[in-house]
Design a protein around this ligand. Structure first.
Ligand code: NAP
Length: 363
């Protein structure tokens, strides 16, 4: 199961709207084939390892991180449960049941009905952690949101004059690029696009990754220039805006290659919950929110954040006018402050990354 989990993690970000699943076929204590979900339209992990193993799959034992799927209308690949039965696999270890209503226990039942022994729960905790975005998407119809910022020790993201490049070092910035390559979408606000004109691509190790997440920019008033760098960057862009914006601006944004998505207006701009519902309905399971203090504050105030990646540099900026990492309303009492669960700390050169879960949702 450890092998299955490792190969699944390696394809995270590249399989949406399908989950990133890993599988390993074992015979006489030896892994004879392992592999993970292919990009959409490709094989699921089980089909991949069965193809690799060929006739050696007969009588072998399969370890898989998520319940094998069942057929349903519109499904593009054959049912994995049926493939496992046809291949003559003797025993199947499943880490997690699939909450997708099309599967949800049916895959396991199908295997058991065919006389295959099925053992559930081996590696469940690790699989649940790995699949958090998928599990949230399937159980709430909303994407999993990771709030990311880089700040000084005193929580500032820029000096009082607005200088912000760079607070953290190359290792921390590269880590952000690696995480961008593992999500479906990057979210930012008009304030960041106007101030920094970022490309918002995933470039781990300085190299454009094959998978470029969708870029989503909240811009209720139509302030982003159609000549912004992100429109020319590889990958797709959505500008989430309101119907109150100038139609000429909207058509200039469309001409730059981006999609204009009309959202309901909210006091802070666009209705984020509605936007996230639309993104989820399009198969966006995970969002990396790399935004300024205004949008991050709105996300925290609305309880829309599931995980935090806070990169902290060992420097003090100070100054009442310097920008904070998170603005919004905040909380009035410390007891109301959101605390990270299962927080971890990683050292990246001189910087540290504080990571943890937050918000009401738990898998
Ligand atoms: N250090 C870091 O980690 C980091 C990361 C990213 C950015 N930054 C810095 O952050 C600064 C920009 O921050 P910012 O706070 O001005 O901009 P921001 O948070 O990136 O964008 C905020 C804008 O998004 C729009 N928006 C639309 N709907 C919204 C909603 N429901 N809630 C909140 N905002 C919504 C609003 O503009 P409209 O009214 O026009 O819609 C709002 O002003 C830049 O200087 C950039 O360098 C730092």
């Amino acid at each position: 199961m450890a092998r299955a989990l490792a190969v699944a993690e390696a394809v995270r970000g590249a399989t949406s709207p399908n989950p990133w699943v890993g599988a390993a076929l074992v015979r006489d204590g030896t892994v004879i084939a392992s592999g993970a979900t292919e990009p959409p339209g490709g094989r699921h992990a089980e089909a991949f390892v069965l193809d690799l193993a060929g006739s050696a799959a007969r009588g072998a034992e399969l370890f898989v991180t998520l319940e094998p799927c069942m057929p349903f209308p519109g499904k593009r690949t054959p049912s994995c449960a049926a493939l496992l039965i046809a291949a003559g696999v003797a025993r199947v270890h499943v880490a997690l049941l699939d909450p997708d209503p099309n599967v949800s226990g049916l895959g396991i039942q199908h295997l058991r009905d065919a006389g295959i022994e099925v053992i559930v729960g081996d590696g469940a905790d690790l699989a649940r952690t790995s699949l958090r975005p998928y599990l949230k998407h399937r159980s709430t119809a909303r994407p999993y949101v990771i709030a990311r910022w880089a700040s000084s020790l005193d929580g500032r993201t820029a000096t009082s004059t607005g200088e912000s490049k760079w607070i953290t070092g190359t290792l921390a910035r590269d880590r952000s690029h690696r995480e961008r390559a593992r999500v479906d979408a990057i979210l930012t606000g008009s304030g960041t696009v106007i101030a920094d004109d970022p490309a918002l691509t995933a470039r781990p190790g300085g190299v454009l990754s094959l998978h470029q997440p969708l870029r989503v920019v909240t811009d209720a008033r139509g302030r982003v220039s159609p000549s912004s760098a992100l429109f020319a960057a590889p990958g797709r862009t959505i500008i989430a805006t309101s119907a109150a914006t100038d139609p000429a601006w909207r058509s200039a944004i469309s001409s730059s290659g981006a999609e204009v998505l009309l959202c309901e207006a909210s006091p802070a701009g666009v209705n984020l919950d509605q936007l996230f519902g639309v993104l989820a309905s399009r198969g966006i399971m995970s969002i990396w929110a790399e935004a300024g203090a205004t949008l991050l504050g709105a996300l925290f105030d609305a309880g829309l954040v599931d995980e935090v990646f806070a990169f902290l540099a060992p420097m003090v900026i100070g100054g009442a006018a310097a920008r904070p990492s998170v603005a919004g309303e905040g909380v009035a009492s410390l007891s109301g402050a959101a605390r990270l669960r299962e927080a971890t700390i990683e050292q990246l050169g001189d910087d540290i990354l504080v990571r943890g879960y937050i918000g009401a949702w738990e898998p």
